[in-house]
Design a protein around this ligand. Sequence first.
Ligand SMILES: Nc1ncnc2c1ncn2[C@@H]1O[C@H](COP(=O)(O)OP(=O)(O)O)[C@@H](O)[C@H]1O
Ligand SMILES: CC(C)(COP(=O)(O)O)[C@@H](O)C(=O)NCCC(=O)O
Ligand SMILES: [K+]
Length: 250
Amino acid sequence: MILELDCGNSFIKWRVLDGLASEVVSEGVVDSNLALIESLRIINALSLRNCRLVSVRTDEETGALIELIEREFTIPVVCAKSAREMSGVRNGYEDYERLGLDRWLAMLGGFHLAAGDACLILDFGTAVTADFVAADGEHLGGFICPGMPLMRNQLRTHTRKIRYGDQAAERALSSHVPGRSTAEAVERGCSLMLRGFVLTQLQLAQAYWGENYLVFITGGDAELVGGVVPDARVVPDLVFVGLAMACPLS
Ligand SMILES: Nc1ncnc2c1ncn2[C@@H]1O[C@H](COP(=O)(O)OP(=O)(O)O)[C@@H](O)[C@H]1O
Ligand SMILES: CC(C)(COP(=O)(O)O)[C@@H](O)C(=O)NCCC(=O)O
Ligand SMILES: [K+]
């Protein structure tokens, strides 16, 4: 079995594949290294052989997680690395190592799934990112802005009176009409910012490629922009698609 990890700024997304890497045996989202180990320990008949991971955390944090996994399961761990070019995609950053590895892998996955079309890849996590990959594999660049958790927390941290609970937040997003409570006003306001961001990305993609492009949406908060792009492909495991391409296990 293969353990796959996508270590974002807030959460670790994990999944266990069968020996042939063809089926997902188990998967989850955790907020710490220890929670990850606990989630894995309770899987019946777990027999890990390899681990591959991608991380946007510091080298120290990533190193500590790798050590923990090696110690706990005695398996080799491979880590996705930056590249100037891979699987037909050319990294568009001036300094290619600065491009977030989760973005890079989502691009590899998206370009692969697009099978020759240009693509716009949108990732809704702690941060929100947009990346443009032309049909010839050229990465034109992208955008980074705060995601829902950051926008919400900034408002809470820098105002005195924006305070509300998780349940009110959840209820607030049942519609996008002007809010009549703080929770509704903030949740709907931030959600509309994300939706507006998406529409702007679509305009740009259209200016580049007309109608000839695909939109991929991924990340834990992907559902916040559900319906904004009717033709988009929502691919929750897009980073894992790219991870398998960047870290093949023989
Ligand atoms: N099972 C889950 N556990 C935690 N967060 C989740 C879960 N499912 C969806 N989310 C949403 O995902 C968001 C985080 O997205 P994610 O892509 O995991 O971020 P990152 O990669 O930056 O850690 C949270 O704001 C939360 O709303
Ligand atoms: C943009 C990101 C913070 C997104 O991280 P996430 O929200 O998925 O945790 C991450 O890809 C990152 O740290 N990138 C490095 C900076 C860059 O891509 O230019
Ligand atoms: K991510």
